[in-house]
Design a protein around this ligand. Structure first.
Ligand code: G6P
Length: 592
């Protein structure tokens, strides 16, 4: 989603800002822009990629301050006019903004009454004008920000400069991350630390309702009342986002093929010398809790569904919630609930909203994330990192498998059940087998389904959870409508949609549900469906499409999820779609 970079006094702001925008592009965006000061405010922006932006920006920019932005449209269509940076009506304020301003309509009305006019539809342009309105009134930027912050409601990470203070970038933040990078002779700002890690490992993170400014020599931070506050810089070693495709045509397939490494890395991090290596305090808190609540979004939610079952296996009751649902109707079953949040990015706004509620109620909590230093990593009581390496493709693959792997081990550690580790290792044989032998077959299935308008995935229990993820993945990148149905639920409605030729993809890996699933296959076949069955050897039949070696059935999401991932990948490829950056989606969803 939207990304911000800014530099003051940097030796070459253009180089930093463009490199920074490129490093943020994994978050997903539809338009990009930069602004700088050189005999006045200069802005270049357009719909399309950062590479395209670079083409329209003059070669020989000289500037002491520069800001850049990648936009993922929320308020207003992805057009050039709505692209950031935004310039105020009297051209005094130039601003980039991440987040959503809840009361922008009221503010816009206030400004319209003051004879302001607007060129675009964004809430961000409204804020540029609100800042200008007060700046014209009091000619004091600090007072202006204070006043604006007392009015603005919503989430914002804002960086701006004025037309008359040529060496300073101003920053303000609420509920959207903003980080300052400290340098010698320069200072930087960005929506997360990753674009700054080549220049510095020293950062100041703004907290909610803080604001400040950076020049090349100093950084000053204030609370909302305008009192200066001292913030200790923090040191962070952040993994450099690798843009090396290592010979693969897309990040998605590279990341699918990194699944075995990912699983092995989690095992070696959290299991050593025959013992689990989790924080004993965390394990104690989990053991003492009487109910585990899983909260997550999208793919991570699907990992939470699987994780809930793992904890139930060790006699912990569990509930699972989609974050944006729980946030507006929070429930805490049990006397001593423990919350497990799951998020690849660690920045998902819906989850950050939940964390605020969790903290307000003093509930014990853990985040499982792939992103060290992210908002959730920093602010949760406990954090377990996935160590999967950066996931660039918007569609999550290796991080999902990593989440399930870690959850299997964490749940097992409550009972010191170490067989899970052997099961995980054994499941990797299946992952390798799929990679080495089944890709042509999966590609063929992809060719057969690529022009279909709709299809179904069927499974029960763990295979149902996997079906949900398979269906989401196909939707996300191939834009084919698909639904995952628990086998037993088919007859309660969805079967009405089964007609001649509709593809139904069935997972059969659980001995307890295999025969019921075979019954479901008959039900859809009778109605003309084209069935593709994925089964484990001991449960297979000659007509099945893909048969893999047996594995511990509760690990379907580790052992055979790559079949679903390859399928989505090949279908998107066959349709000529942008596999790594599907339309309308973002890797890091920083708005609610
Ligand atoms: C977005 C992505 C999904 C992802 C979800 C949750 O919607 O498109 O692929 O699963 O966010 O993200 P998180 O970073 O919290 O796991």
């Amino acid at each position: 989603m939207c990304g911000i970079v800014g530099a003051v006094g940097f030796i070459s702001p253009k180089e930093y800002v463009f490199k920074g925008l490129k490093m943020l592009d994994y978050r997903g965006y539809d338009s990009a822009g930069i602004a700088y000061f050189h005999s006045g405010i200069k802005i270049y922006k357009d719909v399309g990629s950062v590479e395209h932006l670079l083409e329209i920006v003059p070669e020989d920019i000289s500037a002491d301050i520069m800001i850049g932005h990648t936009r993922w449209a929320t308020h207003g269509a992805p057009t050039k006019l709505n692209t950031h940076p935004h310039l105020s009506f009297n051209q005094r304020i130039c601003l980039v903004h991440n987040g959503v301003i809840d009361n922008y309509k009221e503010i816009k009305k206030f400004l319209l009454d003051k004879h302001y006019s607007f060129y675009g539809e964004t809430d961000s342009e409204v804020i540029a004008n609100l800042l200008e309105y007060y700046y014209l009134e009091n000619n004091d930027v600090i007072e202006t920000i204070k006043k604006a912050m007392s009015i603005i409601k919503g989430s914002y990470a804002i960086t701006f400069f004025t037309d008359d203070i040529k060496d300073t970038l101003f920053v303000l933040k609420n509920a959207s991350p903003l980080v300052i990078g400290l340098g010698k002779g320069f200072n930087l700002v960005a929506s997360d630390a990753s674009p700054m890690i080549e220049q510095t490992d020293e950062f100041i993170e703004l907290d909610d309702l803080e604001f400040g400014y950076i020049t090349k020599k100093e950084v000053k931070i204030f609370n909302k009342n305008g009192d200066e506050i001292k913030k200790e810089p923090i040191h962070k070693d952040i993994e450099l986002i690798s843009h090396d495709l290592k010979g693969y045509p897309h990040y998605m397939i590279k990341e699918i093929e990194e699944i075995p490494q990912t699983v092995n890395r989690i095992i070696s991090n959290y299991f050593q010398k025959g013992k689990y290596q989790f924080d004993p305090e965390l394990i104690k808190d989990l053991q003492e809790s009487d109910h585990i609540i899983f909260i997550a979004c999208g793919t991570s939610y699907h990992a939470g569904l699987v994780g809930g079952r793992y904890f139930e296996k060790y006699d912990k009751s569990a509930s699972r919630f989609i974050a944006s649902e729980w946030a507006f109707h929070p429930t805490y079953p049990g006397q001593k609930p423990f919350i497990i949040m799951i998020s690849q990015s660690g920045e998902t706004a819906d989850l950050i909203h939940c964390l605020k509620i969790i903290k307000k109620h003093n509930l014990k909590n853990l985040i499982i994330t792939n992103t060290g230093g992210s908002t959730l990593d920093r602010n949760c009581m406990y954090s377990l990192l996935l160590h999967s390496g950066v996931e660039v493709s918007v569609a999550s693959t290796k991080a999902y498998v990593a989440q399930v792997t870690l959850l299997a081990m964490l749940a097992a550690s409550l009972d010191k059940d170490i067989k899970v580790v052997d099961d995980l290792r054994q499941s990797l044989d299946v992952v390798y087998d799929i990679r080495d032998h089944y890709k042509p077959l999966i590609m063929k299935v992809g060719e057969e389904i690529k022009d279909k308008k709709s299809l179904f995935f069927l499974g029960r229990s763990f295979d149902y959870f996997l079906s949900l993820e398979a269906s989401l993945k196909l939707k996300e990148i191939s834009y084919i409508h698909s639904e995952a149905i628990p086998g037993g639920e088919l007859k309660h409605g969805p079967i009405a949609l089964i007609e001649k030729g509709i593809p139904v993809i069935v997972f059969i890996t659980d001995p307890d549900t295999a025969s019921s699933m075979r019954g479901n296959i008959e039900e859809v076949k009778t109605r003309g469906a084209r069935v593709y069955t994925i089964a484990t050897k001991s449960l297979s039949r000659p007509e099945d499409t893909i048969v893999v070696e047996d594995y511990a059935y509760y690990l379907s999401s580790v052992a055979i999820s790559s079949i679903a991932f390859y399928l989505a990948y090949y279908v998107a490829l066959a349709k000529g779609l942008n596999v790594d950056k599907p339309r309308n989606l973002a890797k890091s969803v920083t708005v609610e």
